[in-house]
Design a protein around this ligand. Structure first.
Ligand SMILES: Cc1cc2nc3c(=O)[nH]c(=O)nc-3n(C[C@H](O)[C@H](O)[C@H](O)COP(=O)(O)OP(=O)(O)OC[C@H]3O[C@@H](n4cnc5c(N)ncnc54)[C@H](O)[C@@H]3O)c2cc1C
Length: 496
């Protein structure tokens, strides 16, 4: 068998991880296809960002989820180092406030044993307060899981894709798969808005749209995804409420509970809600006063003090791709030969992504009889953008001497220099981004990420993009729509 052309649909954390893992082998020629102008704009962008310890997975009910969650938690420790992904490993505490919740929470100590999760134990009130003084005095105890971590989920996808591209993966953005083509019981390629793409193997990692792609391949016609909304409240970096651990309420059948975390960028974040939406509401990212009220009320059961609404800098929502019965659909089919599903990857999909990718590699090798040959010179490492924030004055002076653009600060909330924005633009071009968006720069260079949420720096960033790309300022794109009209005072046009 010659090199297999593998086409991965969807550049979220799952598709990106699959592409990276397959890029280790001579056997595959990998193309990662994404409908959006950039990678990581789906479910992987807006979530709680936790690398779960996995003591909440029931191995009796969801054995694959439980196993891949744990393997993923372990794999991320290596991936964040190799790929320079912002991360922290503070551990988490499931807090309980009633005897009923205590009974529920203690079940997870047993599940931890069944799953092989290390160090999970119950805390009495004294120990809880010692370990985490920011916990609400209403709490009567907790379950501590020391192996929980946090990553920057959108930067994780960017990092994985950059590394995959360095290892030969081709990325096609703004390319929407509209059909999966088969002939004689085998996959032959996909139809896209940009024409037909030939492939021997198609891996469906299309997140919220994965059920539709599966139906196009003629499999799992009864499998449907339900979008389950999760709203979040993000606070200013300088609010003093900073729990040292990940805190959350006792899980319910629908969610892992409400979380209070300090993101890897230093912001207190509370959420998510869990609201099932109609099947076709897969682009409803609206936030509601009721959602925010619920979050702040529940947070009052977790935290000694919840910061005021005046310290909120952003409210946003993500959609979970909820599969029937909560079961991930990961399978390599014989009919059609070459079609692989990685569908319905709800939480803990971020945690499990590296392990899901390894599992898919095993499935492809086993089901399609591929004798894997490792690539010589495969490069595991990738470095992040050179930043001025956090450096000493001497170090910044040295950077400015090498490149004066490090001396021009363009975002004061996050202390970002023009050089960082220009580096982000070059990195976007390198992975194949055709439309350089302000959102893409925000998630790479952190411009517009702070207290002002871009109201101060956005016109400057738009001007840098306009000059770097030679496009009129009015045509610079925020996310999907153009920034505004005129180059004196760019106007918000909405819809972006
Ligand atoms: C509110 C919330 C909280 C969560 N919290 C956590 C957590 O703390 N920890 C954890 O482990 N997990 C968490 N998760 C789950 C985790 O975010 C997901 O499991 C994971 O991000 C799914 O990744 P994915 O690659 O499958 O999907 P996505 O990131 O959505 O990627 C799919 C990609 O496919 C693209 N696509 C779709 N259709 C097409 C098409 N036809 N052609 C081309 N491209 C297409 C999309 O644009 C998208 O970019 C949470 C999820 C939510 C919503």
């Amino acid at each position: 068998m010659g090199r297999l052309r593998v086409l991965v649909v969807g550049a979220g954390v799952v598709g990106a991880s699959v592409a990276r893992v397959l890029s280790r082998y001579e056997n595959f020629e990998v193309t990662l296809v994404e409908k959006e102008p950039d990678v990581g704009w789906g479910v992987s962008k807006a979530n709680t960002s936790i690398i779960h310890p996995c003591h909440e997975e029931d191995p009796g009910q969801h054995p694959l989820r439980a196993r891949l969650c744990l393997e993923g938690n372990r794999a991320w420790r290596q991936w964040v180092r190799d790929l320079d992904i912002p991360s922290a490993w503070p551990g988490e505490i499931m807090v309980y406030t009633t005897p009923e919740e205590e009974r529920e929470a203690l079940k997870y100590v047993k599940l931890a044993e069944a799953n092989g999760v290390e160090g999970v134990r119950a805390l009495d009130k004294n120990e809880l307060m010692r370990l985490e003084p920011s916990v609400s005095p209403e709490a009567i105890g907790g379950v501590y899981a020391p192996t929980a971590g946090l990553i920057s989920p959108f930067e994780a996808v960017v990092a994985i894709v950059e590394n995959a591209v360095d290892n030969g993966v081709r990325v096609m953005l703004e390319t929407e798969v509209v059909d999966v083509k088969t002939r004689g019981g085998r996959v032959v390629g996909v139809e896209t808005n940009r024409g037909f793409l030939e492939a021997d193997i198609v891996v469906n990692a299309a997140g919220l749209q994965a059920d539709y792609i599966s139906h196009k391949a003629g499999v799992e016609r009864d499998f449907y995804i339900t979008p389950r909304k999760g709203q979040y409240v993000l606070f200013d970096e300088d609010v003093p409420v900073k729990p040292g651990r990940i805190l959350h309420t006792t899980p319910t059948p629908k969610t892992k509970g409400l979380y209070a975390i300090v993101t890897v960028h230093g912001n207190l974040m509370l959420g998510p809600t869990a609201e099932d939406l109609p099947r076709d509401a897969r682009d409803d990212f609206s936030t509601t006063p009721e959602g925010v009220d619920y979050i702040l009320r529940e947070a009052g059961r977790l935290l000694r003090e919840v910061p005021g609404r005046d310290r909120v800098i952003r409210v946003f929502a993500g959609l979970r791709p909820e599969p029937p019965g909560g079961a991930w659909l990961i399978k390599a089919y014989q009919d059609p030969w070459g079609f692989v599903n990685a569908a319905g990857i709800r939480s803990p999909g971020l945690t499990a992504a590296p392990a899901i990718a390894e599992y898919i590699l095993t499935l492809i090798s086993r089901e399609y009889d591929v004798k894997l040959v490792e690539k010589k010179g495969w490069m595991p490492f990738r470095r992040g953008i050179t930043r001025i924030k956090g450096r000493s004055a001497e170090e910044i002076d040295e950077l400015v001497r090498l490149n004066p653009d490090y001396g021009e600060v363009v975002c004061y909330c996050k202390m970002v220099s023009k050089a960082e924005v220009l580096e982000a633009i070059e990195r976007m071009k390198k992975i194949g981004v055709k439309t350089i968006t302000l959102d893409g720069l925000k998630f790479r260079a952190y411009v517009g990420f702070g207290k002002c949420q871009g109201s101060f720096c956005r016109p400057r960033i738009a001007r840098i993009v306009s000059e770097a790309l030679g496009v009129p300022l009015k045509d610079v794109v925020v996310k999907k729509a153009a920034y505004g009209v005129g180059d004196v005072k760019p106007l918000w046009r909405g819809g972006a």
